[in-house]
Ligand binder design. Sequence first.
Ligand SMILES: Nc1ncnc2c1ncn2[C@@H]1O[C@H](COP(=O)(O)OP(=O)(O)OP(=O)(O)O)[C@@H](O)[C@H]1O
Length: 259
Amino acid sequence: MSKRIDVRNLNVYYGDFLAVEDVTMTIEPCSVTALIGPSGCGKSTFLRTLNRMHEVIPGARVTGAALMDGQNLYGPGVDPVQVRRQIGMVFQRPNPFPTMSIADNVLAGVKLNNRRLGREESQDLVERSLRGANLWNEVKDRLDRPGSSLSGGQQQRLCIARAIAVKPDVVLMDEPCSALDPISTLAIEDLIYELKNDYTIVIVTHNMQQAARVSDKTGFFNIAGTGKPGKLIEYAATDKIFSNPANEQTERYVSGKFG
Ligand SMILES: Nc1ncnc2c1ncn2[C@@H]1O[C@H](COP(=O)(O)OP(=O)(O)OP(=O)(O)O)[C@@H](O)[C@H]1O
C-alpha cells in the first residue's frame, strides 16, 4: 500500500559535516517525486535518510523527523531493518546477486526477512513480482539462469522485482537509469509510471528530461559552495518547476545555465 512521507526540518550530518540542511517536504502516496540538483547538493544523502540507509555509513546521522503515514521513522524503538522492508531501494548500478538464479534473486529480500515460503507461494510471488517489473515475458523460460545472464536493463528490472517482492509501501530509486542505454532507460521510465499506481516513488536523477517525463512533483536541491550544506530550494508540481519556477536558482538550473 502506498504511503505518504512527511519530512520535517531534517538535517543530515556525516560526523560534524552538515551535508543537508533543514528539509521539510511532503511526499504524496501514489505519485512519483523527483529530486534534482547539481552534483554534491545532497540528493542521494537525503534519499538514503528516507529509509535509514545512511546509517550504514559510520558517523552519518539526522536531526528532525521523517514520518510515514504519521509514524516517525526515527522514533524510539523503530527497527531500521523494518523501515527498509517498508521502504525499498533501487541503486544506480543494477546489483543482482550474480550467481543466484533469476527466481532466487526475486525472492532474496523476502528470505532475508526470514519469511518461509512454500513452493507454490514462491512461484506465485516470483511471477507477480517479475510481471510487476515488466520482466516476466522476457525471463519466464529461464528463471533458473543466473542473474548475471541478463542485460543491464533487465538486471535493473530484476532489482526492481526484488524490491517489490517484499511488498514495500515506498520505493526509493537513486539514479536507476544512469548505467543504462536509452532503450532500457525508457523501459524503466514506463515501469516507474506504472509502479506509482501501487507505490510512493522517490527518484534521484541527473536527467532533467527524465524528471519531467516521469514525475508528478520535483524537488530542486542546491548548494551555496564547497563545504556548505545542500538545501531544498523549491518543491512543486513538475510542470511548474520546469515551466514557471518561483525561485531564480531553480530557473537557472532547469534552463541549463549552471550545474
Ligand atoms: N559517505 C560519506 N561520507 C562523508 N561525506 C559524504 C558521504 N557521502 C556523501 N558525502 C558528502 O555529502 C555531500 C552530498 O553528497 P551526495 O552524494 O548526497 O550529493 P548528490 O547531490 O547526490 O551528488 P551526485 O549528484 O554527485 O551524486 C557532499 O559534500 C559529499 O561529499
